[in-house]
Design a protein around this ligand. Structure first.
Ligand SMILES: O=C(O)C(=O)C[C@@H](O)[C@H](O)[C@H](O)COP(=O)(O)O
Ligand SMILES: [Zn+2]
Length: 362
């Protein structure tokens, strides 16, 4: 078992990484006998893990209930959020004893976290991430929320879980496409924050793709450490945390344009990372050979290195101006200036953004 503690001003909580999570109640230590658990999960994850988790908790005398939501990013919506509130209210769940447990990927984690942040002004929640993307990124750090048709993650709150419980052995159930989506965020961490980790990924990607257990655990742990480091520096996303947003200003534009129904978050971020690199190249801030290394790594991870063919710069700009790092008149972008280092560029000219979206020629 690996344990990383996230220490914040108002809350301290553990990230636990163990392949035995579903067989061992001791990992669920923040729960006590008077607590009422509500599992929030989706129709893809429930048939695989819900019974196991329910049995584990019930055997220890803990009462559980469940809500199974439809899978998919388009369901990270106000309408589905309301279904959670209705379930909690109809069953008289109170603020003292209720704990929501999010079992699923980033969508389930984000919407459950936001429900926990706002139901009766705040109840406890635990993240049990079951996708690679949520294990390395989404479940940690307290960004919770839902999408709006006019922009991704536009409604939300910073609200931390009381624990993040990661079972890497569940990753064998993921489809290749979903696994690759997680690799996009992993590669993002390396480009933004850790050149040695980028070298490590170049050398170990094949072992990750075949789910080698020790390589997988090391990789998840390294991402959790990087996220802990940044979130502890800047929980509320005022400065350092923007580094975790590399590729996201473009990526969110793709997801919003497609109404959250075509490319996954990871695919959109992958293309967005290359667009950010293109912008940095136009601004003469990034090395061409390093750009080639990133493209090669993303391609080896089965990820896209260009945006959707039908999207024009205008389509991107419409959403990029609403990005949380931008203001209503200028687009600000997090761009890499070397492998392992990013910088925020303010008021990036529309010509640079337009060129960065077009296909690269290196
Ligand atoms: O935790 C963060 O901070 C991140 O930016 C991580 C991102 O990978 C994640 O997709 C996040 O939800 C994006 O947040 P947003 O504020 O840009 O919507
Ligand atoms: Zn992301």
């Amino acid at each position: 078992m690996e344990k990383i503690i996230v220490r914040l001003h108002k809350k301290t909580y553990p990230i636990i990484i163990t392949n035995k999570l579903f067989d061992d109640f001791s990992s669920f230590w923040p729960i006590n006998i008077n607590d009422q658990i509500v599992f929030i999960t989706n129709n893809k994850v429930a048939p695989i893990y819900l019974d196991k988790l329910t049995t584990l908790l019930n055997r220890s005398g803990i009462k559980t209930d469940q809500l199974i939501l439809p899978d998919g990013e388009k369901n990270k919506s106000l309408n589905i959020l309301n279904q959670i509130f209705t379930k909690l209210l109809k069953n008289n769940y109170d603020r003292v004893n209720t704990i929501l447990i999010a079992v699923g990927g980033g969508v389930i984690g984000d919407i459950t976290g936001f429900a926990a942040a706002t139901y009766q002004r705040g109840i406890r929640f635990i993240q049990v991430p079951t996708t690679l993307l949520s294990q390395v990124d989404a479940a940690i750090g307290g960004k919770t929320g839902i999408n709006h048709t006019l922009g991704k993650n536009m409604i939300g709150a910073f609200y931390q879980p009381i624990a993040v419980l990661i079972n890497p052995s569940v990753l064998h159930t993921l489809k290749t496409k979903d696994f690759s989506a997680g690799l996009a965020e992993i590669i993002k961490y390396a480009i933004a924050l850790d050149a040695n980790f980028f070298n490590w990924l170049e050398n170990n990607l094949n072992n990750l793709l075949t789910l080698n257990p020790s390589t997988m655990t090391y990789c998840i742990r390294r991402c959790c450490e990087l996220k802990k480091y940044i979130v502890e520096l800047d929980e509320y996303d005022q400065h350092a945390r923007s580094s975790l947003n590399l590729g996201h200003t473009y990526g969110h534009a793709i997801e919003s344009y497609q109404k959250y129904a075509q490319w996954s978050h990871g695919e959109a971020v992958s293309a967005g990372i290359i667009m950010a690199i293109n912008a940095a190249l136009h601004l003469k801030q990034f090395d061409k050979n390093d750009a080639k290394r990133v493209i090669l790594l993303l391609k080896r991870a089965n990820l896209p290195v260009q945006g959707p063919k039908n999207m024009t710069p205008k389509n991107y700009m419409k959403y990029m101006i609403r990005d949380k790092k931008s203001n209503s008149t200028q687009i600000n972008l997090v761009l890499p200036i070397a492998i392992g280092k990013v910088k925020t560029f303010f008021n990036v000219k529309p010509e640079v953004i337009s060129l960065s979206i077009q296909n690269n020629s290196y």
